[in-house]
Design a protein. Structure first.
Length: 292
């Protein structure tokens, strides 16, 4: 179909605006990466960084030599995978019965869950509860209090409701238990929404730092995001590098260059994982939120 001049102009204008918006979104990440790869002395001049100025890996070397980066990274990875697994397991086990029309009281329970999206117990009562349960200074303090997200639960519940009831009924007739129906019938056909919810939970675990500040007291149990926060709040290179090795790098790097390297190290895992889950992210959210 032949397009008119106005349609062509609108098409190119829209694409140009989208391209400009994409560049505005991507440039901050690019700027941080180029700054971290630049010679620290040359990068102090500031300005726009399209390419590194005097290519150098010194900032990353100092970051990798720091005394807490590997421990913090490991703790964050453990939290990411263990937390996401617990979140998905609990969310699926609650969403499935709530999606069954024969389940008595499901509307009341759903309303109670929705209520938690509007009101919460508050920070101090939650802290006291975590303390009474003996979870302080452990990885479980970062996982158990937020084991189920009400929003993610409702998305998964709506998706389960969109699955034909005949699948569950035929399995039940053959003698399958509810748990077997869930794990062998429902979940295999629910991978889009599971991938989307896993991405929601995973990103939340990776980015969250406030709960680690509240509940984690020892440095050996601290996560990467708190390490990054310490860096960005003006900590010195001596705190990050350690007193033993600090003198070796005096004058070779700046605090800003090491901070930029730390930012790259913290966002890189999510940037690598997201492209593989993006299609499930969009499909799962649309189906889970529209069908009911």
């Amino acid at each position: 179909m032949k397009q008119s001049f106005g349609e062509k102009a609108g098409y190119w204008t829209l694409n140009g605006l989208l391209l400009l918006l994409s560049l505005c979104t991507l440039y901050p990440f690019w700027h941080v990466l180029m700054y971290a790869l630049s010679d620290p002395k040359l990068s102090m001049g500031g300005g726009i960084f399209l390419l590194p100025r005097g290519f150098s890996f010194m900032s990353f070397q100092i970051l990798l030599d720091s005394k807490g980066i590997y421990t913090a990274y490991w703790n964050s990875i453990v939290r990411l995978f263990l937390g996401t697994f617990v979140n998905l397991l609990f969310t699926m086990m609650l969403a499935y019965p709530l999606s069954l029309r024969r389940f008595m009281g499901r509307n009341t329970i759903t309303l109670m869950i929705f209520f938690t999206m509007l009101f919460s117990g508050g920070m101090i009562p939650t802290y006291l509860l975590v303390k009474q349960l003996g979870l302080l200074d452990s990885i479980w303090a970062l996982i158990i209090p937020g084991a189920i997200s009400a929003w993610n639960l409702l998305i998964m519940k709506n998706y389960f409701q969109s699955i034909p009831a005949e699948l569950e009924e035929s399995a039940s007739i053959d003698g399958a238990s509810p748990s077997r129906v869930l794990f062998t019938i429902i979940l295999p056909v629910s991978m889009p929404v599971i991938a989307a919810i896993a991405l929601f939970y995973g990103v939340a675990h990776w980015n969250n730092y406030f709960d680690a500040i509240l509940y984690i007291n020892t440095q050996s149990n601290q996560v990467l995001q708190v390490f990054l926060r310490t860096m960005l709040n003006g900590s010195s290179l001596q705190q990050v590098q350690g007193a033993d090795n600090f003198a070796t790098h005096i004058g070779m790097v700046t605090e800003e260059s090491v901070k930029m390297a730390t930012v790259i190290a913290s966002v890189l895992p999510m940037l690598l994982i997201y492209p593989f889950l993006q299609k499930y992210y969009v499909k799962g959210v649309l189906i889970g939120s529209v069908k009911g």
